[in-house]
Design a protein around this ligand. Structure first.
Ligand code: SAH
Length: 250
């Protein structure tokens, strides 16, 4: 039997938080806006009159038709945010369904938008914002950093939602930009990250030697990399240092 996807339906009931989230987006009025998980429309209603075009993706059929009726000028896409095609957009403003945070974030980053104001589960936001050397720092941190800057905007307590979730939330701002360091081969870098972060507590040299099947590298190429970097652990390397490693291989 196909598993019904979790719907993460926790609606924002604190109007001031909703006002601030819409405010952070600093909409100019002539931008194309995308909202993922419109729900009952607490954000939708604050976006629809402040943009040129609003597209709202909502997986729940009855919520989607409710949004359609209440906001006839918005384009409501009834479907799963991991599957449906996103329109071209300048700004994304969403209280994300938390079970698809990672998938939706990477899908957003495939698009050429300007900025995104996103509410995440707090722990997920902390991973986006993490510094090297912390336990939250990892592949997600480096990969998102490759495509955007990340800024913390505010923490939102669980009491701001109904039904009350079992987790806290945080609002962050992503600004899409080219990486502030050279990346010769993005695929190679992403591959390298996938491999070494399965071995985050090992020295990078051993991590790479243990994952040759994932990267297609061989021992000789691993040992040709900068020796000081190879002596450190992946969790201690900055995004720029990872880029440096992958550039040596590109
Ligand atoms: N933005 C609203 C709703 C947030 S709750 C608010 O702030 O109150 C998350 C919403 O995302 C719910 O309406 C849920 O039905 C929807 N949702 C859950 N999983 C989804 C998915 N995979 N694709 C699109 N929408 C999804």
């Amino acid at each position: 039997m196909p598993r019904r996807p979790p719907r993460d339906q926790h609606f924002l009931i604190d109007e001031r938080v909703a006002d601030r989230i819409a405010g952070y987006a600093e909409l100019s009025g002539d931008e194309r806006v995308l909202e993922i998980g419109g729900g009952t429309g607490v954000l939708t209603g604050r976006l629809v009159d402040r943009c040129a075009e609003l597209t709202v993706v909502e997986v729940d059929g009855s919520l989607a038709s409710g949004l359609e009726k209440r906001y006839p000028s918005a384009k409501v896409v009834h479907g799963d945010a991991l599957d449906v095609e996103y329109p071209d957009f300048d700004v994304c403003v969403s209280n994300l369904p938390y079970s698809v945070s990672s998938g939706v974030t990477f899908r957003l980053l495939e698009h050429d938008f300007d900025r995104a104001v996103l509410m995440y589960q707090r722990e997920f936001a902390e991973r986006l914002l993490a510094e090297p050397g912390t336990k939250e720092y990892g592949r997600l941190t480096v990969a998102v950093n490759l495509y955007s800057s990340v800024e913390h905007l505010e923490d939102v307590p669980r009491a701001a939602f109904r039904p009350r979730p079992r987790v806290d939330s945080s609002v962050v701002l992503l600004r899409r930009r080219a990486p502030p360091y050279e990346v010769r081969d993005e695929e190679l870098l992403l591959n390298l990250l996938r491999a070494v972060f399965t071995q985050r507590r090992k020295k990078t040299r051993n991590g790479l030697l243990n994952t040759l099947h994932m990267t297609g590298l061989d021992e000789e190429r691993v040992n040709s990399l900068d020796a000081d970097t190879l002596e450190r652990r992946p969790e201690d390397l900055s995004p720029a240092e990872f880029a440096g490693l992958s550039n040596q291989l590109a």
